[in-house]
Ligand binder design. Sequence first.
Ligand SMILES: Cc1cc2nc3c(=O)[nH]c(=O)nc-3n(C[C@H](O)[C@H](O)[C@H](O)COP(=O)(O)O)c2cc1C
Length: 312
Amino acid sequence: MSWKPVDKISVLLENGSLAIPAPRQVSKSFFNHQIFFLQYPLQKDIFAWMKSKSIRKSTVSKDPQISSSIEPDRPILKTASKASAETVEPLATQDKSTTMVSPSTLRQDYSKGALRRSDLKKDPLAQFDVWFEEACACRAITEPNAMALSTANCDLVVTSRIVLLKGYTQKGFSFFTNITSLKGKQIVENPHVSLLFYWPPLERQIQISGTATLLPLATTERYFHSRPRDSQLAAYASFQSAVLPNRQTLEARMHSVQKKFKNQEIPLPDFWGGYLVAPNVIKFWQGRRNRLHDCFEYTKKEKNWIIERLNP
Ligand SMILES: Cc1cc2nc3c(=O)[nH]c(=O)nc-3n(C[C@H](O)[C@H](O)[C@H](O)COP(=O)(O)O)c2cc1C
């Protein structure tokens, strides 16, 4: 495949996706400046590439700027500005709308399943158990236990990040972390948190709102010692969420703790802990056709769970 420095060519397919090999980023030094620019394959190579992948060519475009130039059964080629290599901005500062994939063209309809009231367990933890088992059985889901955890400080500044679910019981959902991290500090200020599972291959999400409390020390200790040795050491090496001047500092700390605990059991760091999120609301969402999804919310009222269908 031959490459051209700056022409931006994208091929829009019927479903709005882009059929094009990814551009490559190239950098050059001019005086003291490092200039980044994209190189796109030549048009004839795109046709050859599409043919080799048996990609069906589009006949319809929803992009008004280019729809007038469409001929039936031909790919749509969109050629953007021919800026010279020297004037193309670094990738990080480019306006997303000028790059090849426009998020507004990405579209997915959901049709893998349905969730009916009659399918639901009375207890949301039992329902979670059914869906979690199905997510674990789905080979396309590599980390079914990855969940977004959102926390907010007392000024209600919210942050989210992924953590791994390490257990669930009738009492709630647990994960482990550095308790002096940003999330740990926010939980001290405000124990109300949210968990979110998203399993795209099943077109399902589960939203959980609840209250986080520290797990008993013995539970944390048991889990910490079940981790691979290097993960235990890494807990000592990483001052999670704090500024790190460079990678070498982290690796030097890792070497130093490896030496320190050589041939010894690694004690549980006092800044490391587990949290239990006791749920008060759990929502199960199943994607359906034409955005008419199914969504059921369980809300805890004293000791009972009320189930309601929500508008999607
Ligand atoms: C797939 C995945 C799993 C992760 N699992 C954990 C975890 O179980 N515990 C944890 O403290 N951080 C985990 N992280 C890192 C967090 O997302 C986050 O970067 C880190 O905890 C610092 O977050 P904070 O500064 O908001 O407290 C994981 C990240 C990813 C992408």
